[in-house]
Write a protein that binds this ligand. Structure first.
Ligand code: PEP
Ligand code: MG
Length: 560
C-alpha cells in the first residue's frame, strides 16, 4: 500500500472505489507529418477513435433518456459526419498522425460553423468538446471534463467549477478528492448536498492513475491509495453503517439529554424546498432570496416576490420556522438592479444591508412581500438582514421589519464587530444567526473567493470559534435564539462544538441534516460543552478537528 495522501475532509463519510480523473485541456498534437507513419494505420486509428466517441455518446444518451439523449445523439451524429471522415482521410493521406488529422479536421469543421450564423456558432463549443474527446483517446490522456467511466467512481480533480458539476452524473460518484479548494469551495458544497465524502486541498491527488483503488475518508481528510483487502472490508463496513444509521435518523434535532436544537435547511428558492422537507429539515434557517434575482436588471415586483416566498412557506408543514434573509447583494452576488457600481474592494464595499439601505424602497418592497406571504401561510416566518456591523444598523432593520406582520426580526452576525458587540446587537433584535463563511472571511482578512486562501475559510479555526462563543454567551444572557447558517453548521463534529458554544439552531445543506442529527443525539449538552472547550483550546484548526474527533463518541460506528 502506498503512503496515504492528506487533505481537508469537508464532507463526512467513507468511500471506496476506483479513481476517475477529471481531464484537463487536451494538448494540441504536433503539426507537420512525422516520418515513418503508416497512413492506412493512422486512418484506421482515427476512424476507430471517432466511432468509439460516437458510440460512448449514444450509450450515455440511452442511459439518460429524455432531452439529454437527444443532445448526445445529435453530438454522435456530428462525430459521424461524412465530411469530417473525408477530411481525416485526406489529412492522414498527407502524412498527418491520427491525432493531428482529427484535430485539424475538427478545426476546419469548427471554422465553417463559426461563420454560419448565431445558432450554428453555438455548436462550436460542442465541437471543441468532441475534438478533445477524440484526440484524448488517440493520445491516451484523460478525456477533458467530467469522466463517465460507466461504473461508480471517486472523482479526482484539480478543482471543480459549477459548470463541471452541472453535468455530473451524481448517481455514480462515490466521493470527491481535489488538489485545490477549501471548506467552502464548490466541491465541498456539492459533496454535502449529495451526502458523499469529500477531501479537498489534497496534494498529489491528480497524480493518481485512472482506476487506482482508494479509500476516501471525508472525516479525517485521508485518502488511502491501493489499500489492503482488510482495509477495504473495514471501510465498506463503515459505508454500510452510515447508510443504515442515516435511514434511522428522523425527528426533531436534540442532544442525548433532550435539549432541542432545531435542524434547518439552507435554500435558494421554491425549487429547493421539497428536497429540504424530504431530508427531514424542521424548517428553513437561511432562505438566500438574492438567488432568485441574480439575473435581473430591474427590481422584482412585490407580487412576484410574494409568490416565490409563499411557495416556500407552503412547502413546509404548518408551524415550521422559515427564516427569510433579505437581499444579500455585493461582491460575489452583484444584483444589477441595485447598481452598486465598480468598487476597488467589493467584499469590503456596499454589501448586504448597506447596499439596500441606499435604496430603501427595495427593502420595503421585499419586507411587504414577505409580510403578505407570511400572513397568508401557516409558516412561522422570521426575517433577517445580512452583513450587519453594529447595534444601530440592527435597530434600523428591526424598525423596517416591524412595519410588517412578520414573527421575528433578526440579523446575521458575519462581521467581527457585530460578534464582539453581540450583546448590544441582540438587545435590538429578536434573534441572530451567525454566517461563519463571511465571519471567517472578515476575521482572517482573506477573500473567500480566492482559492489560494481557502485554508482561512476553515471554520474550525479557534479564533473564529472564539467569536462564535462570544455570540453564544450573549444569546444565553439575553435568552434569545442564536443560529448558525454558514457551512460550519453542516459538519457533524463541528455542530457539537457550536451547540456547546451556545448555538440553539443549525441550518445547513439538506444532505448534511441526517449526519448532524445522528451525532447530536449521541451527545449530551455537557459533552458538547466539553468538546467546545477542547476546540477553543487547540492551537489551530487541524488540531481542533483532531481533538474533537478523538473525544466524540460514535464517530466510527456511524461511519463518519
Ligand atoms: C455566511 O456568510 O456564512 C452565510 C451563510 O451567508 P452567504 O454564504 O450566503 O454569504
Ligand atoms: Mg454571508
Amino acid at each position: 500500500m502506498a503512503t496515504p495522501l492528506r487533505g481537508v475532509g469537508v464532507s463526512p463519510g467513507v468511500a471506496v472505489g476506483p479513481v476517475a480523473l477529471m481531464g484537463g485541456e487536451v494538448p494540441e498534437p504536433p503539426a507537420g507529418g512525422a516520418a515513418g507513419l503508416d497512413a492506412a494505420a493512422e486512418l484506421h486509428a482515427a476512424k476507430a477513435a471517432l466511432e468509439a466517441v460516437a458510440g460512448e455518446l449514444e450509450t450515455r444518451g440511452r442511459a439518460a433518456g429524455g432531452d439529454v439523449q437527444d443532445v448526445l445523439e445529435a453530438q454522435a451524429m456530428m462525430v459521424r459526419d461524412p465530411s469530417l471522415d473525408d477530411q481525416v482521410e485526406t489529412l492522414t493521406g498527407q502524412g498527418r498522425s491520427a491525432a493531428r488529422a482529427v484535430w485539424e479536421a475538427f478545426t476546419v469543421y469548427r471554422d465553417v460553423l463559426a461563420g454560419a450564423g448565431e445558432y450554428m456558432a453555438a455548436r462550436v463549443a460542442d465541437l471543441d468538446d468532441l475534438r478533445g474527446r477524440t484526440v484524448a483517446r488517440l493520445l491516451g490522456v484523460p478525456v477533458p471534463g467530467v469522466p463517465h467511466p460507466g461504473h461508480p467512481y471517486v472523482l479526482v480533480a484539480r478543482d471543480l467549477a459549477p459548470a463541471d458539476t452541472a453535468v455530473l452524473d451524481a448517481t455514480s460518484v462515490l466521493g470527491f478528492v481535489t488538489e485545490e479548494g477549501g471548506p467552502t469551495s464548490h466541491t465541498a458544497i456539492l459533496a454535502k448536498s449529495l451526502a458523499v465524502p469529500a477531501v479537498v486541498g489534497c496534494a498529489g491527488a491528480t497524480g493518481l492513475a485512472d482506476g487506482t483503488r482508494v479509500i476516501v475518508d471525508g472525516g479525517t481528510g485521508e485518502v488511502r491509495v491501493d489499500p489492503s483487502e482488510a482495509e477495504v472490508r473495514a471501510a465498506q463496513a463503515r459505508v454500510a453503517a452510515r447508510l443504515a444509521a442515516r435511514g434511522q435518523a428522523t425527528g426533531p434535532g436534540a442532544t442525548a439529554d433532550g435539549q432541542p436544537v432545531s435542524l434547518l435547511a439552507n435554500i435558494g428558492g421554491p425549487a429547493d424546498a421539497p428536497g429540504a422537507v424530504g431530508a427531514g429539515a424542521e424548517g428553513v434557517g437561511l432562505f438566500r432570496t438574492e438567488f432568485l434575482f441574480l439575473d435581473r436588471t430591474d427590481p422584482p415586483t412585490i407580487d412576484e416576490q410574494r409568490e416565490a416566498y409563499q411557495a416556500v412557506f407552503d412547502a413546509f408543514p404548518a408551524g415550521a420556522k422559515v427564516v427569510v434573509r433579505t437581499l444579500d447583494a455585493g461582491a460575489d452576488k452583484p444584483l444589477a438592479f441595485l447598481d452598486l457600481g465598480g468598487e476597488p474592494n467589493p467584499a469590503l464595499g456596499q454589501r448586504g444591508l448597506r447596499a439596500v439601505r441606499r435604496v430603501p424602497e427595495v427593502l420595503a418592497d421585499q419586507l411587504e412581500a414577505v409580510g403578505t406571504a407570511a400572513a397568508a401561510s401557516g409558516a412561522d416566518v422570521w426575517v433577517m438582514a445580512p452583513m450587519v456591523a453594529s447595534a444601530d444598523e440592527a435597530a434600523w432593520f428591526r424598525a423596517q421589519a416591524r412595519r410588517q406582520p412578520i414573527g421575528k426580526a433578526g440579523v446575521m452576525i458575519e462581521i467581527p464587530a457585530a460578534a464582539l458587540r453581540a450583546g448590544a446587537v441582540l438587545a435590538e433584535v429578536d434573534f441572530v444567526s451567525i454566517g461563519t463563511n463571511d465571519l471567517a472571511q472578515y476575521t482572517f482578512a482573506a477573500d473567500r473567493l480566492v482559492s489560494e486562501l481557502a485554508s482561512f475559510q476553515d471554520p474550525w479555526q479557534p479564533a473564529l470559534l472564539e467569536l462564535v462563543a462570544r455570540v453564544g454567551e450573549a444569546g444565553r444572557d439575553s435568552g434569545k435564539p442564536v443560529g448558525v447558517c454558514g457551512e460550519a453548521a453542516g459538519d457533524p463534529l463541528l455542530a457539537l462544538v457550536l451547540v456547546g458554544l451556545g448555538v440553539t439552531s443549525l441550518s445547513m445543506a439538506p444532505g448534511s441534516l441526517a449526519d448532524v442529527r445522528l451525532l447530536l443525539g449521541r451527545h449530551t449538552m455537557a459533552d458538547c460543552r466539553r468538546l467546545a472547550r477542547l476546540a477553543l483550546e487547540a492551537s489551530e484548526a487541524g488540531a481542533a478537528r483532531r481533538r474533537v474527533r478523538e473525544a466524540a463518541s460514535g464517530v466510527d460506528e456511524l461511519g463518519l
